[in-house]
Design a binder for this molecule. Structure first.
Ligand SMILES: C[S@@+](CC[C@H](N)C(=O)[O-])C[C@H]1O[C@@H](n2cnc3c(N)ncnc32)[C@H](O)[C@@H]1O
Length: 203
């Protein structure tokens, strides 16, 4: 695909309905965390994909919508022991099993929070990095979620988003990309047949 899809729309001044109509059920978290399935569906390779996430000692990273932890294990290792990683998902039981799963894995200091990406339980300017692995498109209000991301990210902080194109159609993502481009500075945009990977910076 070209980066045409990622341009901010000027032809849709009134945002169409961008709300997510689907939330991956907890019982599917294990299935969607299968490396083989992810290779086939989206060419997702956690260690490779997460190289876009910058790391410096003493940082706080929040992963919003960690699900079964497909990216969380690699993110924990990538950030390393001098950083903090908060995993957040609406499902309390998923958070408990993720905690169990990652207990003895090396890497960042972990916290687990059952919460909503549209109403983040963090103070203003608290996080250095926010990571969304195919979760923004499921949120009931992605535009509110982006405003929340802007609120909790410190100035100079990094916002990394992976979007799943079959779910986040052009019609739905246009106003979302427009808001992202309005609130943040776009640093990177890459797109494959199934996914879009974006990196923004808060000024
Ligand atoms: C397709 S799954 C991706 C999970 C994981 N990041 C991965 O790559 O396997 C979408 C995730 O978004 C989460 N999600 C849906 N609505 C959410 C919300 N309002 N706040 C935070 N996460 C949400 C779901 O619970 C689910 O874990």
């Amino acid at each position: 695909m070209t980066d045409l899809d990622l341009k901010t729309s000027t032809t849709h001044p009134a945002p169409p309905d961008v709300r997510g109509g689907w939330r991956t059920p907890d019982r599917l978290y294990r299935l969607i965390s299968s490396p083989v399935l992810r290779m086939i569906l989206g060419w997702d390779l956690p260690r490779h994909d997460l190289r876009v996430v910058s790391r410096h000692p003493g940082r706080i990273c929040l992963e919003v919508g960690s699900g079964g932890g497909f990216y969380t294990t690699a993110l924990k290792a990538h950030l390393g022991s001098e950083n903090d990683l908060i995993a957040l998902d609406p499902s309390p039981s998923a958070m408990r099993s993720l905690q169990h799963q990652l207990n003895d894995k090396p890497g960042a200091r972990m916290s687990y929070v059952a919460g909503d990406g549209c109403k983040l339980p963090l103070a203003d300017n608290h996080a250095d990095t926010l990571f969304y692995g195919y979760s923004l498109e499921e949120m009931p209000d992605p535009l509110a979620a982006i405003r929340e991301a802007h609120r909790v990210l410190r100035p100079g902080g990094e916002l990394v988003l992976f979007l799943w194109r079959p779910v986040f159609t052009r019609h739905r993502r246009r106003p979302v990309i427009a808001l992202l481009d309005e609130l943040f500075e776009r640093r990177r945009a890459a797109a494959g047949p199934q996914n879009i990977r974006l990196v923004y910076r808060k000024q």
